[in-house]
Write a protein that binds this ligand. Structure first.
Ligand code: TRP
Length: 343
């Protein structure tokens, strides 16, 4: 039996969404609706692996769901929901905690980066984070996950957990009439060129919600004036734009702005430079600001409308959770039997 082509991805409600989330993730989720069954989650249980003010968690949960829809995900075609409404995520992650090995988990570079010097003080949840992520994905037997470079190791771990589960329980899996592969070996889905949006103030740093300067980050809820102002004030160098991509080497800020233009316009960097090579910032920045406003401002407006209507948002998330459970529950029924839990 082949697995249904199914995509799962999630974003943590732990800060205001910004251009990096939009170009690197959310926008890329949309076309997958045409080729896969698509499930997009707001991973609130992942968010609380570090402290979240409950009111912020709630607000950001709505904000992400609104961004999904405003960016073009159709809540009828895609399943849009928040993780904690489908308790099976927690249940499967516990079982995976008992499949994954301490050695595997200890090698996760994201944990090591986040825990830093502080590894005695971080939550146990932060350590178990990748096991919950594996549960998110395998609860739906998802075959593909669109994520960036930074999540590749977590996807590898997800495959290791799937393999070990398939192997350790192979007798029961067969006895219950399944193929030997109960869980698929989920692939990372490439959805276009790697897109790492950098800070508008320092082209060597990631654009991030935790930057000290508000001018470094374009938030998805920024209005037209704010978007335009931030782009016009972005740090640049004194040179004109090069005519070829190679000329951007060593010019981190210039490269970032050209890449943002290319991504927003759905063009290659080479095409953008064909148009703007030789121009100074006085021509390029206003053009980029206009483009960014044209693409982002309508999304922001729709997000604001949606978050202003919690009744509608609750209904969408409840409906999504119900449809998610319709897939997750039969999988969990099988998992419980396979493991040997009496019901
Ligand atoms: N760890 C992901 C991130 O930080 C978020 C996430 C949680 C996720 N569960 C997932 C992504 C399942 C893809 C699939 O970006």
């Amino acid at each position: 039996m082949a697995f249904t082509p199914r995509v799962f991805s999630g974003i943590k409600p732990s800060g205001d969404l910004h251009l990096g989330n939009y170009l690197g993730a959310i926008r890329r989720f949309v076309p997958l609706q045409d080729t896969h069954q698509t499930i997009y989650c707001v991973v609130d249980m992942h968010a609380i692996t570090v402290w979240q003010e409950p009111e912020d968690l709630r607000r950001w949960t709505y904000e992400i769901a609104a961004a999904y829809i405003a960016a073009g995900l159709d809540p009828k075609r895609s399943i849009i929901f928040n993780q904690s409404q489908v308790v099976e995520h927690a249940e499967l992650s516990w079982i995976f905690n008992c499949v994954a090995r301490m050695g595997w988990m200890s090698r996760m570079t994201q944990f090591k980066d986040k825990a830093g010097e502080n590894s005695e003080q971080v939550s146990l949840g932060l350590f178990a984070y990748p096991s919950l992520m594996a549960a998110d994905i395998l609860l739906y037997k998802a075959t593909g996950v669109p994520v960036g470079e930074d999540q590749k190791q977590h996807l590898e771990l997800t495959r290791d957990i799937a393999k070990k589960f398939n192997h350790d329980f192979r007798k029961q899996i067969k006895a219950f009439g399944h193929d030997e592969e109960f869980f698929p070996l989920t692939e990372t889905l490439a959805t276009g060129p790697a897109m790492r949006v950098k800070s508008l103030r320092d082209g060597t740093k990631k654009m991030s919600k935790s930057d000290a300067s508000d001018m470094s980050t374009i938030y998805m809820m920024d209005d037209a004036d704010m978007i335009s102002k931030k782009i016009k004030k972005a740090t640049t160098d004194p040179e004109a734009l090069p005519t070829e991509a190679a000329g951007l080497a060593g010019r981190a800020e210039a490269e970032n702005l050209v890449q943002i233009y290319a991504a927003l316009a759905d063009l290659s960097v080479a095409d953008v430079l064909k148009e703007y090579g030789g121009s100074g910032w006085g021509r390029f920045k206003p053009a980029l600001a206009d483009l960014a406003v044209a693409v982002l401002a309508p999304v922001a407006t729709e997000m604001r409308r949606l978050v202003g209507d919690p009744g509608e948002m609750d209904a969408i998330l409840r409906d999504g959770a119900e449809r998610a459970r319709a897939i997750a529950q039969p999988v969990m029924d099988d998992v419980r039997k396979i493991v040997g839990f009496v019901r």
